[in-house]
Design a protein around this ligand. Structure first.
Ligand code: NAP
Ligand code: COA
Length: 274
């Protein structure tokens, strides 16, 4: 899909992706690399970062894999300093590191609630703040990875809903504060993405079909479909897009009741067949 983008869209730009060692974030890193970008990725697990770096180098990118927990300000700062030194200042930053588990609100401990806020909200803030001087220099942009839970409630996800709503608010605030300095801030809300850790956790109890039924397009996304839109948001194609929360979710956030919609369709079909 990103093969449809111009191969020089991000030529020689530096893109930093937090949580870029796996899943949707790695797909974004790969999509950026495939249009000419050099890539820095951070995460907690060195082996995961190294194997992701190999995939990115195979696409022609120069790569900095930096072990850094986004909750640790000093580690995040060090990762950005190393990135600038080895690849040049960042033109795009993806704040994608996040944590999730499925649990009823009344059973989530203080630390369990806090750990998700710390990774998602504080971690995203750290990543954006550490990038600030470099982004001012390059007139670049920040892309936050949010989720449908921030606007559409879902059982056993209050900690994630609160965290991603915080990420949405952070994005909008930075669009306002940093827009005048030439730095754009946006976010993307993926729907269910096939083969990801996030969906593995959310489908354990439900299976896949229920999710297919909730999405008007009737299927999961491929990670590359989300990654292509993310690449566009990070690129000059989106030079006037600031403060936008783009859904890339097959229509999931439109809402509706799966059972009502199905029953209505079936009843209408039965009535019109007679
Ligand atoms: P994933 O593969 O688990 O991606 C999360 C990444 O973040 C991992 O590489 C993980 O690596 C890293 N990470 C976690 N905690 C970290 C920390 N404290 N510091 C630094 N890195 C950390 O999951 P995914 O499903 O692809 O999700 C990626 C993003 O998309 C998340 O923001 C998620 O909320 C969002 N999203 C996903 C879906 C979906 O369908 N999967 C839908 C909507 C939104 P380490 O564990 O090695 O640190
Ligand atoms: N249900 C309820 N509470 C849970 C839980 C679950 N399934 N999993 C973890 N917690 C609680 C722990 O019990 C702990 O609270 P406590 O100290 O009161 O017992 C707290 O969360 C922190 O757990 P810990 O394992 O120390 O955190 P961590 O920083 O090592 O890991 C997580 C963070 C829990 C979010 C972990 O799932 C993770 O690393 N996730 C990253 C990958 C991911 O979530 N991918 C999907 C993308 S959104």
């Amino acid at each position: 899909m990103s093969a449809l983008l111009h191969p020089d869209l991000l030529r020689d730009k530096t893109i930093f992706v937090s949580g870029g060692g796996s899943g949707i974030n790695l797909a974004i890193a790969k999509a950026c690399a495939s249009v000419g970008a050099n890539i820095a990725i951070c995460g907690r697990t060195e082996s995961r970062l190294e194997s992701a770096a190999e995939e990115l180098r195979a696409l022609g990118a120069r790569v900095v894999p930096a072990v850094a927990d986004v909750r640790d300000w000093d580690a995040v700062q060090a990762a950005f300093a190393r990135t600038a030194e080895e690849l040049g200042p960042v033109s795009g930053v993806v704040a994608g590191a996040a944590g999730n588990f499925v649990a009823p609100a009344e059973q989530i401990s203080t630390n369990g609630f806090k750990v998700v806020q710390d990774i998602d909200v504080l971690g995203s803030f750290h990543v954006a703040k550490a990038a600030f001087e470099q982004l001012r220099e390059t007139q670049g942009s920040v892309l936050f990875i949010t989720a449908g839970q921030s606007v559409r409630s879902m059982a056993y996800q209050v900690h994630v809903a609160a965290a991603k709503a915080g990420v949405d608010a952070l994005m909008r605030g930075l669009a306002l504060e940093w827009g005048p300095l030439g730095i754009r801030s946006n976010s993307i809300a993926p729907g269910p993405v096939a083969g990801t850790e996030g969906m593995k956790r959310l489908t354990e109890a439900t299976g896949d079909q229920l999710w297919n039924d909730m999405v008007p397009l009737g299927r999961f996304a491929e990670a590359e479909e989300v990654a292509t839109m993310a690449t566009v948001l990070l690129s000059p194609l989106s030079s006037y897009v600031n403060g936008a929360r783009l859904t890339c979710d097959g229509g999931l956030e439109v809402g509706g009741s799966t059972e009502y919609d199905r029953a209505t369709r079936e009843a209408f079909a039965a009535a019109t067949q007679q």
